[in-house]
Design a protein around this ligand. Structure first.
Ligand code: UDP
Ligand code: GLC
Length: 378
């Protein structure tokens, strides 16, 4: 099956990292069309996945914008739709991986007469999208998608709640290659990072207000001096103000000696292995949360914020811990609990590891995706 994948991003977010694995399975008979050059393009190239940057223009519409912005950006969008339509004729299927890609891919699929499948990786709710963009997204999916693949039950439920056609949506969880998370670092990262024997709490996510790094920093202030935090990730979508706020917060709370900002890193597995605990702190429902499964595969205990897909990944007190979102006091209690109960923590990490090995392999995900795509042509 020849697939034209579409993704709006030039950056390496979770949606793009997931698409790398999906598109690999359809290489060389696929093309990944992206709307921006950057780290994602480099990652596609290094995996020998055919790709093309489809426009030099920046598409201005963002998740919070309204109809007026969308119409105002027509000058950039129309040539891009024409390009996608032209390319679409050479493929059996258009597969969109992000919301802007869906809007443009939907129109192009109508124009070139090829079926469209959308991989929905966002929770379509007011916390994540403006009303205008929710309407646009749901209308495009209902009218133009032959099928919608949701990355969790929570994502699928939010789609239906927002008016999406329930008959079109099914859930396929993200898949991972376990061996990637078992690599051992050649250098002693703990020493390199000057962590000594302190209790290391890792947070792995792009820096964005809804990812809630500020919640971890505040929680840390309630934990003992021997608990330190590594914040891995950078602002990918212009959240520089938030980054500045985080640095100020660390300074004001007198935590500069206990918080390290490492920026965007590609050695996630090695860094996770340095951690005693991995936390996830999203304040809005997380559609899936790759970092949670990655930590499990690194055999690290995880605390995740309740909401969205996280409750599908973790059974509280068995395969990890769930914490109410936006509650630093509760988070600090769980961190302290993990610190003081090493045996239970170790048992939870092992249970999480076996759960992830059984439920979230790339092999399983690819099998399910192939089935769903085959059904489009049945
Ligand atoms: N990640 C990374 N480098 C970083 C921070 C994060 O490669 O410095 C990866 C992380 O390992 C995960 C992805 O980015 O695979 C984030 O995906 P997730 O689903 O957790 O959240 P998203 O950012 O897509 O909402
Ligand atoms: C999106 C979501 C994230 C999910 C990822 C991969 O980026 O925000 O929760 O894990 O897609 O599906």
């Amino acid at each position: 099956m020849k697939i034209l994948f579409l993704d709006q991003s030039g950056k390496l977010g979770g949606a793009e990292l997931s698409l790398l694995d999906v598109a690999s399975a359809f290489t060389p008979d696929c093309l990944v069309g992206i709307f921006q050059d950057g780290a994602f393009a480099q990652a596609l190239a290094s995996r020998q996945i055919p790709y093309q940057v489809l426009t030099q223009a920046t598409i201005q519409v963002n998740k919070d914008s309204g109809w007026a912005d969308s119409i105002g950006s027509a000058g950039q969008i129309l040539p891009l739709i024409a390009t996608i339509t032209r390319l679409g004729r050479k493929y059996d299927l258009i597969y969109t991986n992000t919301s802007k890609a869906l809007i443009l891919g939907a129109l192009a699929s109508r124009l070139c007469g090829k079926p469209l499948v959308h991989h929905l990786r966002d929770i379509v709710s007011p916390e994540h999208f403006s009303a205008a963009n929710r309407t646009l997204l749901i209308t495009a999916a209902n009218w133009c998608a032959a099928h919608v693949i949701a990355n969790s039950k929570a994502t699928a439920a939010a789609f239906v709640e927002a008016g999406g056609n329930a008959k079109k949506v099914s859930v396929v969880y993200n898949g991972f290659q376990p061996q990637v998370y078992q690599t051992i670092s050649e250098t002693d990262l703990r020493t390199d990072l000057e962590l000594g024997s302190r209790f290391v709490v890792g947070h792995f996510s792009r820096l964005a207000p809804w990812k809630g790094q500020h919640i971890l920093i505040e929680a840390l202030a309630h934990c003992s001096e021997s608990v330190v935090a590594l914040l891995v990730g950078d602002a990918l979508f212009g959240e520089q103000d938030y980054v500045n706020t985080l640095h100020c917060q660390v300074e004001q709370l007198g935590l500069s000696h206990r918080v390290k900002f490492l920026g965007f890193r590609s050695d996630i597995a090695k860094l996770m292995q340095v951690c005693d605990l991995v936390v996830h702190t999203s304040t809005a429902p997380e559609p899936f949360g790759r970092v949670i499964v990655e930590a499990m595969l690194c055999q690290r205990p995880v605390i995740a914020a309740t909401g969205g897909g996280t409750v599908e990944l973790i059974t509280h007190g068995e395969t990890g811990w769930l914490c109410p979102p936006g509650q630093p006091q509760k988070l600090s209690e769980l961190i302290c609990h993990s610190y003081h109960q090493p045996e239970q923590t170790q048992a939870i990490a092992q249970a999480g590891y076996h759960h992830a090995l059984a439920q979230f392999t790339l092999e399983k995900t690819n099998q399910m995706l192939h089935q769903r795509l085959a059904q489009v042509f049945a």
